[in-house]
Write a protein that binds this ligand. Structure first.
Ligand SMILES: NC(=O)c1ccc[n+]([C@@H]2O[C@H](COP(=O)([O-])OP(=O)(O)OC[C@H]3O[C@@H](n4cnc5c(N)ncnc54)[C@H](O)[C@@H]3O)[C@@H](O)[C@H]2O)c1
Length: 253
């Protein structure tokens, strides 16, 4: 974590979905470091608590791919980082419909439900920050990633609508769009891509993953967390409805 982003979030509560691992973990640590009370929502309650409690927060176990769980979730916050997600790499004509639907629920329906529940509280206090961890795949497509690309494009739309509706109530909503970030999700994709493309794993990293990033280096989770923190800072008050790439030049070409 850099000390470039100096923001005091004491007195604010922040929900981070998927806060146990990778980008979500980095965001949880950054927000707690700025004084926010963190609520980590992740698949396993024990894992979520083991991240949140040492930081003075709490963990909630919830499978966000289950609509019934989403209906029952009773939690609100001043800051929401919609981060939980997973990937499946498969051609459209072979893509398992149940996995497609689960990806939409985790990466689009859950953000909608969490934002929907917290907006009245944010509107009441005239302050709220929604940070949606989208992806370059919210702006660009890649073959074999139909569910992920669809969900991220949907999240971009949701984020913009929330920005328009929330503007007069002091609520901002933005997307962060990283290229490949060094996290467990990517480790798994390397193996999947190797299978689909019939390549060795190191060949996949060089030729498939980073080939569209002009800067041939993976993004680090802390870089994403720094931007998330900045979007919660007073300096970012006018930044809403935006999508901010951390993609090593991928979308420049
Ligand atoms: N890693 C990348 O290269 C990259 C790039 C762009 C965007 N992203 C996005 O960043 C976000 C985080 O990715 P990451 O790379 O840190 O992944 P990760 O696998 O390290 O962490 C994802 C977290 O989400 C949780 N999660 C997954 N399914 C869940 C469910 N059904 N219910 C509750 N929690 C669930 C996991 O348990 C895990 O803690 C994702 O939305 C991903 O699409 C990642």
């Amino acid at each position: 974590m850099s000390d470039l982003v100096n923001v005091d979030l004491s007195g604010r509560t922040a929900i981070i979905t998927g806060g146990v691992s990778g980008i979500g973990l980095a965001c949880t640590q950054a927000l707690a470091g700025a004084g926010a009370e963190v609520v980590v929502i992740d698949l396993d309650e024990e894992a979520a608590s083991s991240v949140a409690e040492p930081l003075g927060g709490r963990g909630i176990g919830a499978d966000l791919s289950d609509s019934a769980v989403l209906d029952r979730l009773d939690v609100t916050a001043d800051i929401i980082v919609n981060n939980a997600g997973f990937q499946r790499v498969s051609p459209v004509h072979e893509f398992e419909p149940d996995v497609f639907r689960a990806i939409q629920r985790v990466m689009l329906e859950a953000p909608f439900m969490l934002i929907r529940a917290s907006l009245p509280r944010m509107y009441e206090q005239e302050w709220g920050r929604i940070v949606n961890i989208s992806s370059v795949h919210g702006l660009r497509a890649s073959a074999f990633k139909s569910a992920y690309v669809s969900a991220k494009h949907g999240l971009e739309g949701l984020s913009k609508v929330v920005a328009l509706e929330g503007a007069e109530h002091g609520v901002t909503s933005n997307c962060i769009n990283p290229g490949y970030v060094r996290t467990p999700l990517v480790q798994k994709q390397i193996a999947d891509q190797a299978r689909v493309h019939g390549m060795a794993e190191d060949e996949v990293v060089a030729k498939v993953m980073l080939h569209r990033m002009a800067r041939k280096v993976m993004v680090e989770p802390d870089e994403v967390a720094d931007l998330a923190l900045f979007l919660c800072s007073p300096a970012a008050v006018t930044m809403t409805g935006g999508s901010y790439v951390l993609d090593g030049g991928w979308t420049a070409s």
